[in-house]
Design a protein around this ligand. Structure first.
Ligand code: NAP
Length: 282
Protein backbone atom coordinates (compact mmCIF):
# COMPACT_ATOMS: atom_id res chain seq x y z
CA UNK A 1 0.00 0.00 0.00
CA UNK A 2 1.22 3.52 -0.67
CA UNK A 3 -0.24 6.09 1.69
CA UNK A 4 -1.97 9.40 0.84
CA UNK A 5 0.47 12.23 1.56
CA UNK A 6 -0.92 14.76 4.04
CA UNK A 7 0.85 17.94 3.02
CA UNK A 8 0.40 20.85 5.36
CA UNK A 9 0.88 23.52 2.72
CA UNK A 10 -2.34 22.59 0.92
CA UNK A 11 -4.31 22.88 4.18
CA UNK A 12 -2.52 26.09 5.21
CA UNK A 13 -3.24 27.68 1.81
CA UNK A 14 -6.95 26.87 2.22
CA UNK A 15 -6.90 28.40 5.72
CA UNK A 16 -5.10 31.52 4.43
CA UNK A 17 -7.68 31.91 1.65
CA UNK A 18 -10.44 32.02 4.27
CA UNK A 19 -8.49 34.30 6.59
CA UNK A 20 -7.32 36.93 4.07
CA UNK A 21 -10.67 38.80 3.74
CA UNK A 22 -11.08 38.75 7.55
CA UNK A 23 -7.59 40.20 7.99
CA UNK A 24 -8.47 42.96 5.55
CA UNK A 25 -11.71 43.73 7.40
CA UNK A 26 -10.44 43.49 11.00
CA UNK A 27 -6.83 44.69 10.55
CA UNK A 28 -5.26 42.71 13.44
CA UNK A 29 -1.62 43.03 14.46
CA UNK A 30 0.66 40.21 15.63
CA UNK A 31 3.87 40.80 17.58
CA UNK A 32 6.54 38.08 17.84
CA UNK A 33 9.00 38.44 20.71
CA UNK A 34 12.31 36.65 20.18
CA UNK A 35 14.97 36.46 22.90
CA UNK A 36 18.46 35.57 21.70
CA UNK A 37 19.48 33.86 18.49
CA UNK A 38 18.44 30.21 18.64
CA UNK A 39 18.68 29.16 14.95
CA UNK A 40 15.58 26.90 15.05
CA UNK A 41 13.53 29.74 16.58
CA UNK A 42 14.83 32.15 13.93
CA UNK A 43 13.65 29.79 11.21
CA UNK A 44 10.15 29.35 12.79
CA UNK A 45 9.83 33.13 13.19
CA UNK A 46 10.76 33.62 9.53
CA UNK A 47 7.90 31.28 8.55
CA UNK A 48 5.48 33.11 10.85
CA UNK A 49 6.40 36.53 9.42
CA UNK A 50 6.15 35.18 5.86
CA UNK A 51 2.65 33.90 6.59
CA UNK A 52 1.61 37.29 8.05
CA UNK A 53 2.69 38.81 4.76
CA UNK A 54 0.80 36.15 2.78
CA UNK A 55 -2.51 37.15 4.43
CA UNK A 56 -1.69 40.88 4.67
CA UNK A 57 -1.56 40.92 8.48
CA UNK A 58 0.31 43.72 10.27
CA UNK A 59 3.21 42.29 12.25
CA UNK A 60 6.22 43.25 14.31
CA UNK A 61 9.29 41.24 15.22
CA UNK A 62 10.75 42.36 18.58
CA UNK A 63 14.21 40.86 18.79
CA UNK A 64 15.63 41.12 22.33
CA UNK A 65 19.19 40.45 23.34
CA UNK A 66 20.03 36.97 24.70
CA UNK A 67 21.09 38.56 28.01
CA UNK A 68 17.72 40.18 28.71
CA UNK A 69 16.63 39.66 32.34
CA UNK A 70 13.36 38.11 33.49
CA UNK A 71 12.26 41.54 34.79
CA UNK A 72 13.00 43.21 31.44
CA UNK A 73 11.08 40.52 29.53
CA UNK A 74 8.12 40.78 31.92
CA UNK A 75 8.07 44.53 31.41
CA UNK A 76 7.98 44.05 27.60
CA UNK A 77 5.02 41.67 28.08
CA UNK A 78 3.28 44.16 30.36
CA UNK A 79 3.65 46.85 27.69
CA UNK A 80 2.28 44.58 24.93
CA UNK A 81 -0.66 43.60 27.18
CA UNK A 82 -1.62 47.26 27.49
CA UNK A 83 -0.95 48.37 23.90
CA UNK A 84 -4.40 48.72 22.22
CA UNK A 85 -3.01 48.39 18.70
CA UNK A 86 -1.47 44.96 19.44
CA UNK A 87 -4.09 42.24 18.90
CA UNK A 88 -1.92 39.33 19.98
CA UNK A 89 1.65 38.38 20.70
CA UNK A 90 3.82 35.35 21.33
CA UNK A 91 7.08 34.84 23.15
CA UNK A 92 8.97 32.38 20.95
CA UNK A 93 10.18 29.34 22.90
CA UNK A 94 12.67 28.02 23.86
CA UNK A 95 14.08 30.93 25.84
CA UNK A 96 17.80 31.20 26.66
CA UNK A 97 18.98 28.97 29.51
CA UNK A 98 18.89 31.63 32.26
CA UNK A 99 15.16 32.26 31.58
CA UNK A 100 13.96 28.68 31.15
CA UNK A 101 12.96 28.13 34.80
CA UNK A 102 10.71 31.23 34.53
CA UNK A 103 8.71 30.08 31.47
CA UNK A 104 5.54 29.33 33.52
CA UNK A 105 5.75 32.81 35.10
CA UNK A 106 6.38 34.42 31.70
CA UNK A 107 3.41 32.66 30.09
CA UNK A 108 1.25 33.57 33.09
CA UNK A 109 2.08 37.26 32.50
CA UNK A 110 0.50 37.21 29.01
CA UNK A 111 -3.00 38.69 28.86
CA UNK A 112 -5.19 35.69 27.83
CA UNK A 113 -7.13 37.79 25.28
CA UNK A 114 -3.80 38.38 23.46
CA UNK A 115 -2.40 34.87 24.00
CA UNK A 116 -2.51 33.74 20.36
CA UNK A 117 -0.20 30.77 21.04
CA UNK A 118 -2.96 29.49 23.35
CA UNK A 119 -0.52 28.63 26.15
CA UNK A 120 -2.08 30.42 29.16
CA UNK A 121 -4.03 28.48 31.78
CA UNK A 122 -7.18 30.42 30.82
CA UNK A 123 -7.08 29.39 27.16
CA UNK A 124 -6.00 25.81 27.92
CA UNK A 125 -8.82 25.62 30.48
CA UNK A 126 -11.40 26.83 27.94
CA UNK A 127 -10.15 24.25 25.44
CA UNK A 128 -10.78 21.60 28.09
CA UNK A 129 -14.47 22.50 28.42
CA UNK A 130 -15.77 21.62 24.93
CA UNK A 131 -15.22 22.17 21.20
CA UNK A 132 -17.37 25.32 21.37
CA UNK A 133 -14.99 26.86 23.92
CA UNK A 134 -11.86 26.28 21.80
CA UNK A 135 -11.46 30.02 21.16
CA UNK A 136 -7.67 30.37 21.26
CA UNK A 137 -6.46 26.73 21.34
CA UNK A 138 -2.74 25.90 21.23
CA UNK A 139 -1.51 26.25 17.65
CA UNK A 140 0.03 22.82 16.98
CA UNK A 141 -2.91 20.68 18.21
CA UNK A 142 -5.22 23.06 16.35
CA UNK A 143 -3.17 22.54 13.16
CA UNK A 144 -3.33 18.74 13.54
CA UNK A 145 -7.13 18.89 13.90
CA UNK A 146 -7.26 21.14 10.79
CA UNK A 147 -5.23 18.54 8.87
CA UNK A 148 -7.54 15.67 9.88
CA UNK A 149 -10.61 17.72 8.92
CA UNK A 150 -9.23 18.99 5.60
CA UNK A 151 -8.36 15.60 4.16
CA UNK A 152 -11.78 14.17 5.04
CA UNK A 153 -10.18 11.05 6.44
CA UNK A 154 -13.42 10.23 8.21
CA UNK A 155 -14.55 11.57 11.58
CA UNK A 156 -12.27 11.03 14.55
CA UNK A 157 -15.40 10.10 16.52
CA UNK A 158 -15.02 6.54 17.80
CA UNK A 159 -11.47 6.21 16.43
CA UNK A 160 -8.61 5.16 18.67
CA UNK A 161 -6.00 7.92 18.57
CA UNK A 162 -2.60 7.25 20.13
CA UNK A 163 -0.49 10.33 20.88
CA UNK A 164 3.22 9.97 21.68
CA UNK A 165 3.88 13.17 23.67
CA UNK A 166 2.42 14.55 26.89
CA UNK A 167 3.71 18.13 26.84
CA UNK A 168 1.54 21.13 27.70
CA UNK A 169 1.82 22.52 24.16
CA UNK A 170 1.20 19.37 22.10
CA UNK A 171 0.07 16.09 23.72
CA UNK A 172 -2.16 17.24 26.58
CA UNK A 173 -4.21 19.86 24.68
CA UNK A 174 -4.36 17.61 21.61
CA UNK A 175 -5.76 14.76 23.73
CA UNK A 176 -8.42 17.11 25.07
CA UNK A 177 -9.34 18.45 21.60
CA UNK A 178 -9.69 14.87 20.31
CA UNK A 179 -11.86 13.94 23.31
CA UNK A 180 -13.99 17.00 22.47
CA UNK A 181 -14.55 15.24 19.11
CA UNK A 182 -15.37 11.89 20.75
CA UNK A 183 -12.20 10.01 19.86
CA UNK A 184 -10.82 7.37 22.23
CA UNK A 185 -7.40 8.70 23.20
CA UNK A 186 -4.26 7.05 24.58
CA UNK A 187 -1.39 9.34 25.58
CA UNK A 188 2.15 7.90 25.68
CA UNK A 189 5.45 9.41 26.81
CA UNK A 190 8.99 8.51 27.83
CA UNK A 191 7.76 6.43 30.78
CA UNK A 192 5.29 4.36 28.76
CA UNK A 193 6.11 0.67 28.98
CA UNK A 194 6.08 -1.13 25.61
CA UNK A 195 5.36 1.83 23.34
CA UNK A 196 4.86 -0.43 20.31
CA UNK A 197 2.02 -2.31 22.04
CA UNK A 198 0.20 1.04 22.33
CA UNK A 199 1.00 2.48 18.89
CA UNK A 200 -0.10 -0.74 17.15
CA UNK A 201 -3.64 -0.15 18.48
CA UNK A 202 -3.92 3.24 16.78
CA UNK A 203 -6.37 4.06 14.01
CA UNK A 204 -4.65 7.46 14.09
CA UNK A 205 -1.08 7.66 15.39
CA UNK A 206 0.39 11.08 16.24
CA UNK A 207 4.04 11.27 17.29
CA UNK A 208 5.75 14.42 18.63
CA UNK A 209 8.99 13.44 20.31
CA UNK A 210 11.89 14.75 18.24
CA UNK A 211 13.64 11.38 17.86
CA UNK A 212 14.33 10.21 14.30
CA UNK A 213 12.96 6.74 13.39
CA UNK A 214 11.29 6.28 16.79
CA UNK A 215 8.20 4.99 14.97
CA UNK A 216 9.10 2.02 12.79
CA UNK A 217 6.84 0.04 10.44
CA UNK A 218 6.31 -2.79 12.95
CA UNK A 219 4.78 -0.26 15.40
CA UNK A 220 2.00 0.77 12.99
CA UNK A 221 -1.33 -0.96 12.29
CA UNK A 222 -2.07 -1.60 8.60
CA UNK A 223 -4.20 1.24 7.22
CA UNK A 224 -3.54 3.64 10.11
CA UNK A 225 -3.32 7.41 9.63
CA UNK A 226 0.12 8.58 10.79
CA UNK A 227 0.82 12.21 11.70
CA UNK A 228 4.43 13.09 12.37
CA UNK A 229 4.96 16.22 14.47
CA UNK A 230 8.47 15.55 15.79
CA UNK A 231 11.44 17.48 14.46
CA UNK A 232 15.09 16.43 14.72
CA UNK A 233 17.70 18.72 13.22
CA UNK A 234 20.97 17.68 11.71
CA UNK A 235 22.53 20.80 10.23
CA UNK A 236 19.91 22.17 7.82
CA UNK A 237 18.15 18.81 7.47
CA UNK A 238 14.87 18.23 9.33
CA UNK A 239 13.64 14.72 10.13
CA UNK A 240 10.43 13.54 11.80
CA UNK A 241 9.87 10.73 14.32
CA UNK A 242 8.53 8.28 11.74
CA UNK A 243 10.53 5.96 9.51
CA UNK A 244 8.71 7.53 6.56
CA UNK A 245 9.74 5.23 3.69
CA UNK A 246 8.82 2.03 5.51
CA UNK A 247 5.68 3.34 7.25
CA UNK A 248 4.16 4.82 4.07
CA UNK A 249 3.83 1.26 2.75
CA UNK A 250 1.62 0.31 5.72
CA UNK A 251 -0.29 3.47 6.58
CA UNK A 252 -3.34 4.73 4.63
CA UNK A 253 -2.21 8.35 5.05
CA UNK A 254 0.98 9.95 6.37
CA UNK A 255 2.28 13.49 6.94
CA UNK A 256 5.87 14.31 5.98
CA UNK A 257 8.54 16.28 7.85
CA UNK A 258 9.17 18.96 6.74
CA UNK A 259 6.00 20.16 5.02
CA UNK A 260 3.42 18.42 7.24
CA UNK A 261 2.21 19.83 10.55
CA UNK A 262 4.72 22.74 10.59
CA UNK A 263 2.84 25.05 8.16
CA UNK A 264 -0.39 24.33 10.06
CA UNK A 265 1.05 25.44 13.39
CA UNK A 266 1.80 28.76 11.70
CA UNK A 267 -1.61 28.97 10.00
CA UNK A 268 -3.33 28.29 13.34
CA UNK A 269 -1.37 31.12 14.96
CA UNK A 270 -2.62 33.49 12.24
CA UNK A 271 -6.18 32.19 12.72
CA UNK A 272 -5.93 32.72 16.48
CA UNK A 273 -4.84 36.33 15.90
CA UNK A 274 -7.90 36.93 13.72
CA UNK A 275 -10.13 35.29 16.34
CA UNK A 276 -8.56 37.38 19.11
CA UNK A 277 -9.37 40.56 17.18
CA UNK A 278 -12.95 39.42 16.51
CA UNK A 279 -13.44 38.85 20.25
CA UNK A 280 -11.75 42.14 21.23
CA UNK A 281 -14.12 44.23 19.10
CA UNK A 282 -17.27 42.28 20.05
P1 NAP B 1 8.80 18.15 24.74
O1 NAP B 1 8.14 19.00 25.77
O2 NAP B 1 10.25 17.83 24.89
O3 NAP B 1 7.97 16.80 24.64
C1 NAP B 1 8.49 15.60 24.14
C2 NAP B 1 7.55 14.47 24.53
O4 NAP B 1 8.08 13.24 24.05
C3 NAP B 1 7.39 14.31 26.03
O5 NAP B 1 6.06 13.96 26.32
C4 NAP B 1 8.36 13.16 26.35
O6 NAP B 1 8.04 12.45 27.53
C5 NAP B 1 8.15 12.30 25.13
N1 NAP B 1 9.24 11.35 24.88
C6 NAP B 1 10.58 11.59 24.95
N2 NAP B 1 11.27 10.46 24.60
C7 NAP B 1 10.35 9.50 24.35
C8 NAP B 1 10.42 8.15 23.97
N3 NAP B 1 11.59 7.54 23.78
N4 NAP B 1 9.26 7.48 23.79
C9 NAP B 1 8.07 8.06 23.97
N5 NAP B 1 7.93 9.36 24.32
C10 NAP B 1 9.06 10.06 24.52
O7 NAP B 1 8.64 18.81 23.32
P2 NAP B 1 7.40 19.52 22.59
O8 NAP B 1 7.56 20.98 22.68
O9 NAP B 1 6.12 18.92 23.01
O10 NAP B 1 7.72 19.10 21.08
C11 NAP B 1 7.82 17.73 20.73
C12 NAP B 1 8.38 17.60 19.33
O11 NAP B 1 7.48 18.17 18.41
C13 NAP B 1 9.73 18.30 19.10
O12 NAP B 1 10.49 17.56 18.19
C14 NAP B 1 9.32 19.63 18.46
O13 NAP B 1 10.34 20.18 17.66
C15 NAP B 1 8.13 19.19 17.66
N6 NAP B 1 7.15 20.25 17.41
C16 NAP B 1 6.81 20.46 16.13
C17 NAP B 1 5.88 21.44 15.84
C18 NAP B 1 5.47 21.67 14.42
O14 NAP B 1 4.81 22.66 14.16
N7 NAP B 1 5.80 20.78 13.50
C19 NAP B 1 5.32 22.21 16.86
C20 NAP B 1 5.67 21.93 18.18
C21 NAP B 1 6.58 20.93 18.44
P3 NAP B 1 8.75 12.92 28.92
O15 NAP B 1 8.30 14.36 29.15
O16 NAP B 1 8.22 11.97 29.90
O17 NAP B 1 10.24 12.85 28.68
Amino acid sequence: MSAILLTGKEVADAMFKQLTPLVKKLDPKLVIVQVGDDPASASYIKQKLKSCEAVGMRHEHMHLDATVTKEELLSVIEKLNGEPDVTGFIVQLPLPKHLQEFVPQIIRAIEPKKDVDGFTAYNIGKTLLSKEFEHLPPATPSGIIAMLEFYKLGKVEGKHVVIVNHSNVVGKPLAVMLLNRNATVTVCHAHTKDLAAQTKQADILISAVGKAKLITADMVKKGAIVIDVGISRSGDKLTGDVDFDAVKEIASAISPVPGGVGPLTVASLIRNTVRAKQRQIE
